[in-house]
Ligand binder design. Structure first.
Ligand SMILES: Cc1ncc(COP(=O)(O)O)c(C=O)c1O
Length: 462
């Protein structure tokens, strides 16, 4: 008779593509062109909306959001995804992700207001960050947002707010600790190793106005080793056990922040992103397996497994946006290299400081490739979009497409010397919508006030 073994639970395997093209010098990328973005010809986008131009791809954004959700949904019973506003808070991006079921993760009073203005109810907002002014805390407490406490002063302030509102406010505390894989972001939240986090947890539990229901951490950004999340899960779960054993708190959720890497090329990293960036399923597998192992004893005690919250930013939006730029001048540098001036600079592509974005022409130019520096249009020495690429001579008006640029550019860009360009979104049906107008003088000077005696630039003659 065959042994009647208990059936093992089925676990979704993590399958990830094996990226090819190992080549330090990038030769495999030669002759790659970007003729279309989300199916729309780059030339058409340029002539309809001008250059430079940011172009979002609605389908890609939704696909990324769905893939991440599905990777975790197969591995953990209760998962909440919250969209990290600071990564890209254009209304069109936020509402696409809200439609996909993502809550709002905000880190300032402004971002909170923006989420509410977009129609996100307070109880669908996760409120992080080291600066939450009293009126913002009052509003968040009244509206039932998930408030994650960063420091003791905030804890005391929130306690006062809750007392004045005559409410018991459910809160989480943010923790920082060493995962062994990432640099500890120790300036945010309470430190675990020093005992500060346990003191803070006790302080919250003792308060008649606060109720500790969650633990939060954000271990870093562009974390390329999924084992870092397994380590974080072990630390957070061990802390949860300690807090529950030593106080009357029952932890309902664990929030692991963001940090999954996007398919972008960090400067100074030898291998291309296809080779080093894990798939969403790999992060999900590492985190959920560790959570499963670390909460088994808790389950045996009859306590529910905590809800898992994620606040993914760059991995969802980065490759859903491109930047079209055009050549405005050519020059020969004294050392013999070619210089090309583009109409888009680091004022709009802030991430150019740490990424080597993929940059491609619309069609491969005729001629012999030579080392070329890509400059932006700013009259500033730092305005280098790419210190070195091999490309044949470009003509005035030729377009270059930078990709992926969806994370941290439309939020960190600045109006400096030039106007910020328009952002369009290629919708799922192939139509193109403007989701942010190009700036003009009126919008740049809207907040300025000229004192009466300075109304005229020159004194009257005579
Ligand atoms: C608290 C918090 N959550 C989420 C994120 C999003 O991170 P990422 O874009 O690396 O996913 C950040 C970014 O710094 C953050 O500070």
């Amino acid at each position: 008779m065959p042994e009647n073994k208990p059936k093992k639970p089925w676990i979704t395997p993590a399958i990830s593509a094996h990226g090819g093209g190992l080549n330090k010098f990038g030769a495999a990328r030669h002759h790659l062109v970007t003729e279309r973005i989300a199916g729309v010809p780059v030339d058409e986008l340029g002539s309809r909306f001008g250059s430079p131009l940011f172009v979002l791809d609605e389908q890609r954004l939704r696909d990324n959001a769905r893939r991440l959700k599905s990777a975790f949904a197969h591995r953990w019973p209760r998962v909440i995804h919250a969209w990290s506003y600071k990564t890209n808070y254009l209304g069109a991006v936020c509402n696409t992700l809200h439609q996909e079921g993502y809550l709002a993760e905000v880190v300032s009073a402004f971002e909170y207001e923006k989420a509410r203005a977009l129609g996100v109810p307070g109880d669908k907002i996760v409120f992080n960050g080291p600066h939450k002014p009293r009126p913002a805390l009052e509003r968040a407490a009244r509206e039932g947002a998930r408030i994650h406490i960063d420091n003791l002063d905030e804890l005391y302030l929130l306690e006062e707010v809750a007392r004045d509102l005559d409410k018991t406010v459910a809160v989480a505390i943010r923790l920082n600790f060493d995962t062994g894989y990432t640099d500890a972001w120790s300036r945010f939240g309470f430190n675990l190793e020093s005992g500060q986090a346990l003191d803070a947890a006790r302080r919250v539990v003792e308060s008649p106005h606060l109720k500790l229901t969650g633990l939060h951490t954000h271990i870093g950004t562009f974390v390329t080793d999924p084992r870092a999340y397994a380590a974080a899960a072990h630390s957070l779960c061990a802390f949860m056990e300690t807090v529950e054993a030593q106080t009357r708190a029952v932890i309902e959720y664990l929030d692991f922040g963001g940090g999954f890497a996007s398919k972008n090329a960090l400067q100074g990293v030898y291998l291309p992103p296809e080779q080093i960036v894990p798939a969403p399923e790999q992060y999900a597998e590492a985190l959920c397996d560790a959570l499963m192992a670390a909460t088994r004893a808790r389950e045996a005690r009859g306590l529910a497994q905590p809800t898992l919250i994620l606040e993914t930013g760059r991995a969802v939006v980065d490759d859903a946006e491109s930047l079209i730029s055009s050549v405005v001048a050519n020059k020969r540098l004294p050392d013999g290299r070619r210089g090309v001036v583009l109409d888009a600079g680091v004022n709009v592509l802030f991430t150019g400081f740490w990424y080597h974005h993929d940059v491609r022409p619309v069609r491969w130019p005729a001629g012999i490739p030579e080392e070329t520096v890509l400059y932006g249009p700013l009259c500033m020495n730092i305005d280098v979009m790419r210190a070195s690429i091999q490309i044949p001579p470009l003509a005035l008006g030729d377009k270059l497409v930078f990709h992926p640029v969806g994370a941290y550019n439309n939020t960190q860009w600045m109006q400096f010397i030039e106007y910020r360009p328009a952002v369009v979104m290629v919708m799922q049906d192939g139509t193109v919508e403007v989701v942010r107008e190009k700036e003009d003088l009126a919008c740049v000077i809207a907040q300025e006030r000229l004192p009466g005696k300075l109304a005229q630039p020159f004194a009257e003659a005579g």
